[in-house]
Every structure is written in C-alpha cells, then in structure tokens.
Design a protein around this ligand. Structure first.
Ligand code: 3UK
Length: 504
C-alpha cells in the first residue's frame, strides 16, 4: 500500500481487493450457520456497490445503516465505500426521534435497515430512499447484480465513512473518517499491540456500528487475512458464552460490563485457542481483570480509543499489563497532558489528554464551532478526558465534562434528566455517574413539585425509574433516585453535576 504522494486508493479495495484469488476460499466471516469466504465477500461487496449504482446513488452521498452485525452489514459498509458513497453505521437500539435526527443531520440519500426496525418508519423532509436487505425485493436485485465493480479511487485522506459520536448536549456529531484511517488503525494497534495474523479469529462483543466493533470485526481481520465471527443477536452473556464455545475465537473484544456479565455466569472457564482479550470503552476496573484472570487464566488488555480517533491509541500490552491504567502510547500516536491553559504538565499530574495520529477524524460534519474547539493546529485533538502519566503508563481520571459512559456507551445526563422532567412529580433533576461494583451507572437527584398526590417516596422512586425505562433504552434508566431539597447550581443557574458525584 502507498498512502503517500498522489497514489489513489479505495480502502474497501485495499482490504479485500478485486482479485479474490489472493485469499480465495479462506473463510472471512462466520455468522450463525453461515460462512463467507474471501472470494464470496469480495463478490458481495461488488454486488452491493452495483445496487447503489443501479439506484442512482452518487459518490459522497450518505448511506445510513441501521443494521445488525451480519455479513450483509459488511457488504453494505464496504460496498458503499467501494462505490464512493459514505456509509454511516449507527446504533441499532435507538428510537424514531434519534433516527429522524441522524437521517436529517447526515442528509442521508439512502437508509439501509430492517423492515421491523424503528428506523424503517421514520419520515424525512428530504428525499431518502429505504433499502431492506433481508426482504425479497432487495434480495432479487442483489442476487442479479454483477459481481464485478471498479473501485472509486480517491486520495488517501478523502472521506470514506462517518461514525456518530455523542456530544455533551446529547446531539450526536458525525465524525468523518478517511480511507487511510482504517488502514492506520490496523497497521498500528492491531499489528503492534495485538499482532493479528491470518491465523486469528476475532470476536467482538461490541457491535460493528461502534468504531471499536468496526475495527475489531471488519478492519483488523480483513487487513491481515484473518476471520471474524459476527453475533447478530443482542450479546447476552449466554449468547457470548455460546459463541466462544462454538467458534473458539483467538482474539476477544469487549467492554468492561460485558466481561462483568460473563463473569457472573461462570465459575472457571476453559477457552482453548483464545490468546488475547481486549477491553475498551470505559476504564476496566482492576477487580474485573483479576476475576477474569483467575477464571480463564487470561489477561485483559485495557486500552482507550474514541470515535474521533477511530480506534485505540493508548493500550496495555501482553505481558506488560499495569492494572488500573490504560497502558502506554500505541506507536503511531502522540499524546500530551495539559492544564486548562494548554500547557504541558509534568509526569504524575492530572490534566486534559490531547492526542494526535493518522486515524484522527479531520472533523465533524457541519459543526464548525465544535471543530474549532476540539481540533487544534498541529493536528492535536482534545479528547475531553482527564489523565495522568507515569513511566509511560496513562491513568484515567474521568471526563472533563459530565457525560457518562454506561456499559461502554455514551449517555448524556441531560437526556435522562429531560425524560425525568416529563414526569409530573419532578421539578428539577441532575443525573451523575456513580460506581456500582466498579462500573458507572446513572444516579438521579430529584427535587419534587409541590403536589398533594405525591405519596410514598419508595413507590415514586420505582415509578420514576420505570418511567425512564419505558422512554429510553433500558440501560439509561437511573439505578437509584435521591430526593433532595435543592440542586447545587452556579451563579448563572447551571446545575453543578460534579458536586453531586460522590454524594449519596
Ligand atoms: C472513554 C475510556 C477509560 C473515554 C472506543 C475503543 O469508546 C470508544 O469510543 P467512544 O467515542 O468514547 C470515547 C471515550 O470513552 N474511554 C474509552 N476507552 C476507555 N476511558 N478507559 C478506557 N479504556 O472517555 C473516551 O474519550 O464511544 C474505544 C476503540 C474505538 C472507540 N471508539
């Protein structure tokens, strides 16, 4: 590969090529009872590209994907890229309002989704066609499409796809990613830290619509001629254990809550063939690492990545794990820890983490203010995280803002607060993250309206939790409600969530 100079590339082509003979009959994907060889994968990617062409989609138009992990996800994602359209995979567990926002914000030309999914019913003000890959109509068109397609060649720094990242106001931002960025994450983290090779079978519990899952389940295995096992269903501990048992992956990727829920199900676990376990998304509590080690004999490599950086840029390495840290810099990335004025801090002091590297997004779609705020001259990106460094090891100290990470997924406190406030009894509230068994869960502090019908507080608390659970994805419900007289506020009336964090 040449990613310098005027050489034109297409990352779908780089990853799997037009010449299936390279890996031919080697299996690329396993999913349930289906296996897909490299040759079939290359052909199906071309078919998807030709479907887009047949529909009159133009390069750089957005293809919003609300799709379960499946071979078709890979065809749609890489087929769109091969054709030059910009796939935008998004979370499959959102509500209609979220999909409306994402379709509108991305000005998507096409929506690829399931017939029964929430996104399929969303009406947009702009022209957006819907494609339902598992329906008969589509299957006919797909089956008859040509298995040959020319890649849309472009500069390595041209955009290939987007991924949405949540902002502190709760409005997701479309981080645009370059063709060469996928290769960059593979050739840094996956090669140097994980040494992925064609003998590997990768299993990511984190779904493909996350930057983390996308690297684990598509970029890394395909870049090195390895294979991936895809789990279409929701990753319950039973489904994860079954997948581990059936496919015997060699590399396992999850977020801390997923390790924790698997650990709750097992008492000793023999995982033949498994050689590496990775955790990212939120800090890995040392307790989970210890329990995993004593149950499986394996280490977990904790590393920090982000949607903006595309994958992991600071990571622990096999044999050199330092518990309670995110590890050391991944070669290919730079980091600095600075004070509020952007001045470098010495080792041991906690400050803002800024990073730099070839896979960092050139910016968010249509967000000039956020771009000016977070992307600095010289290529530095403000992660929003607080870190300290000692002997090259980085220790996480939480977010600089109020966002919560629950089960590896961003949760905006405001979203939960606004929902709680829709309940007649609630006057004001603030949601903060607090630890439950070493993992962050949302806790709500609520002031009540002065209403005569408010009876038993314990009952009201259960009612409020249920109220949120019915309106938002279940994991966003508060774990506990505290009824308080007042909420701490700044002079300008902003709720000071950080003052509530340790308060019970
Ligand atoms: C936090 C961590 C402590 C941190 C991601 C691997 O999580 C990913 O991307 P997101 O955009 O969130 C990024 C933010 O999550 N975080 C992630 N990993 C860790 N905090 N320890 C960790 N190990 O606040 C970061 O800024 O959802 C993870 C690969 C790709 C990813 N996108």
């Amino acid at each position: 590969m040449n990613t310098t100079g005027s050489e034109k590339i297409n990352v779908a082509e780089e990853l799997i090529g037009n010449s299936p003979s390279i890996r031919g009959d080697k299996t690329a994907l396993y999913c349930g009872d289906t296996t897909v060889t490299y040759k079939q994968l290359a052909q199906n990617i071309n078919k998807f590209a030709n479907v887009l062409k047949g529909m009159g989609v133009k390069p750089t138009e957005r293809v919003l994907m609300v799709m379960p992990d499946s071979p078709m996800f890979v065809y749609a994602f890489l087929g769109s890229i091969k054709y030059g359209a910009w796939p935008v995979p998004v979370n499959t567990t959102l509500g209609e309002r979220d999909y409306h926002y994402l379709l509108t914000n991305s000005e998507a030309r096409l929506l690829v989704t399931l017939k029964d999914g929430k996104a399929a019913h969303v009406k947009t003000e702009h022209k957006c066609e819907t494609v339902l890959p598992f329906e008969e109509n589509f299957q006919e068109i797909f089956d008859s499409a040509s298995t040959e397609a020319d890649p849309y060649l472009c500069a390595p720094d041209d955009i290939a796809f987007w991924l949405y990242s949540s902002g502190s106001t709760g409005k997701p931002k479309g981080a645009m990613h370059k063709h060469m960025s996928m290769l960059y994450t593979a050739d840094t983290y996956a090669k140097d830290i994980l040494q992925i090779s064609e003998d590997d079978l990768c299993f990511s519990v984190s779904k493909l619509f996350f930057a983390y899952g996308l690297g684990n389940g598509i970029t890394f295995p395909l870049r090195f001629g390895a294979a991936a096992v895809l789990l279409s269903e929701s990753p319950t501990p039973d489904a994860v254990l079954e997948t581990l048992d059936k496919f015997k992956p060699t590399v396992f990727f999850g977020v801390p809550t997923q390790y924790n829920s698997v650990l709750k199900k097992i008492d000793g676990l023999h995982l033949p063939g498994l050689r590496a376990c990775v955790s990212a998304g939120e800090a890995l509590p040392p307790e989970i690492l210890k329990r995993w080690r004593s149950n499986t004999g394996l280490e977990i490599l904790d590393g920090i990545g982000s949607t903006e950086a595309l994958h992991i840029f600071i990571s622990n390495r096999a044999g050199e794990v330092k518990e309670g840290t995110s590890g050391r810099l991944v070669p290919g990335y730079e980091a600095k820890i600075v004070d509020d004025d952007g001045k470098d801090l010495p080792d041991g002091e906690t400050g803002h983490l800024w990073i730099k590297g070839g896979s960092v997004t050139p910016g968010y779609w249509n967000r000039p203010e956020d771009n000016a705020e977070r992307f600095l001259e010289g290529g530095w990106f403000k992660t929003g995280d607080m870190y300290s460094r000692e002997d090259g090891y980085f220790t996480y100290h939480g977010r600089g803002d109020d966002m919560l990470k629950v089960g590896g997924i961003w949760v905006s406190p405001m979203e939960i607060e606004y929902t709680l406030m829709e309940h007649g009894a609630v006057s004001e509230c603030a949601v903060v993250g607090q630890e439950v068994e070493g993992l962050i869960k949302p806790f709500a502090y609520v002031t009540l309206n002065d209403r005569p019908d408010i009876g038993d507080k314990a009952q009201l608390s259960a009612e409020l939790i249920e109220f949120v659970a019915a309106k938002l994805p279940k994991f966003k419900r508060p774990w506990k409600i505290y009824f308080v007289e007042d909420l701490p506020k700044t002079a300008t009336g902003k709720i000071q969530r950080y003052m509530l964090r340790g308060k019970r």
